[in-house]
Design a protein around this ligand. Sequence first.
Ligand code: SF4
Length: 103
Amino acid sequence: MESNQSDWRVSASCRDSDPDGLFVRGAEQNKAKTVCMGCSVRTECLAEALDHRINFGIWGGMTERERRALLRRRPEVESWSALLESAKREFSGAVDDEVARVS
Ligand code: SF4
């Protein structure tokens, strides 16, 4: 069964917080980003914002300014979703390998 691409939203750390809290400006953004640090769906959230060129708010722990800079640095990326999922799988595999090595 194909999963809904927005299924990740149900696991969002910010799901029960004030939605306006992620749409602040200036220095308030650094404080707002802390909610993303332990979020289990940070990759999916960031990929959605990058793929859809969302220009406002904190998504995946990045401000709109940081996302714009990332998009400028990597104009060749067609699917951030595919790229970030692949990186996540690779990193997860590296962690699994490391755990197996030391166990
Ligand atoms: S990464 Fe941040 S903005 Fe995105 S779902 Fe998680 S807590 Fe919310």
